[in-house]
Design a protein around this ligand. Sequence first.
Ligand SMILES: [Zn+2]
Length: 489
Amino acid sequence: MRRLTRFTLFTFFFFIAFLITVHTAYADKILISQADIKEGLDFCSEFPVSLQVDGETVVSDVPPVIIKDRTLIPARAVFESMGADVEWNEDARLVEVNLGTSNVQLTIDSKIAFVNGSQTSMDVPAMILNDRTLIPVRFVGESLNCAVDWDNLNRTVILSSPVINEYTGISDITFTEDTDKYRVVVEGKDVIEGIKSFAYSKPERFVIDIKNALLNIEEDRIDTNNDLISSIRFSQFEPGVVRVVIDLEDKIAGKISFSPEKDSIYIDFSKSQEDDDKKLGETTQDGLAVVDWGAAEKLVVIDPGHGGKDTGSRAIRNGEVILNEKDINLDIAHRLNRLLQEAGVSTYMLREADTHISLYERPALANAANAYLYISVHNNSADNPKAKGVETFYYSKENESNYGIYSKDLAKMIQKEMVNTLGLFDRGAKSEPAYAVLNKTQMPAIIIEGAFLSNADDLKLMMTDEFREQYARSAAKSIIKILDMGAGD
Ligand SMILES: [Zn+2]
């Protein structure tokens, strides 16, 4: 971390924007000194930071301040303007913010926070400056499901209230037959927010629940009467949930995909029985086990870390970029996607090319897709060139038993596979509640940090095909195993 001078102003702006809007996987462990606070206050009095809540500028008697790259804002002025309830307990030095069903508790000068009753940690604590309580805006805002953005040009923090979803109308459900497959198409009038699917036996049926949806169709079934699908039934199963039931003649899992606009769902059933016999319960061409029938429809989100303007870590030698983390992450993610699909797992890549997705969007996309499991693919870097090896992060959420998948078990399995197959130094599977992709996702989630771009030996390995394939393979093997364990049926 550098000392600030006028000459490094541009770098400073860039660095703030980078840390605030982009840097996803690292919870920077920062120590705050009185000098840091003074530096932040002095700089922000010269270059003030403004605040916008739902499009309106909020003026408070104490302006926001950036300390050690984290923006702190006056709690009351901001969160009360969006309808939150802000309470201050003098004796306990406790700030409590309630918005909708979300609750955040912060103690002055403590990095431990409670979000909806669960303990988590922050980089920068709430503090009292000029007799006002200032709280870290990104941490609190995101914990309350608000979107938090930073407009670097105007030095403005932009805060948006949580979005309350309206129901998407389901306008048509159709059935088509192709030479090699049957296809059920569910058409929405707008983006389909999310789905959940199940496979049941005796009688065999494949069920898709579409959330935040309203059925706008007169009919309630299609009789197909072919050798694979006997009928398709649909109903407004619950307020806001449309259920589509596909009655099957055999245990064939539907492959679910979305239209590019995400306003239609396709459910495909392969016609080729031999093909399916080969695929179900056996091994793929890459020698991986095929998932169980009950696990095939469980959507696995693959998150290739960083992308676009966010390069992630970089390996630079003699002034030249040898490797961008975003590129190797994407390569590994594509391999993982291929291996999982071959094994019959439903997957969803958060990005397929070199595009930028914000920290906030990643978990939101996975939640919207109603994913069953979230795998974030990263590689590592450190100031110390000796730091090397693989580490895997998890965050044991209370609801993991609903999924039958425990992120800690999965992290340990992948960690072990990576160490064994690639001979990487074992940094262990670690609990990390502070990472947004772990704590903002509803489903079990892990982050894999494969190896260090900043370590010469690791980097040499990372440049090989073998490393990328084995990374993907170690992850795929463990994911298939854990999906099967949670499949039941
Ligand atoms: Zn990364």
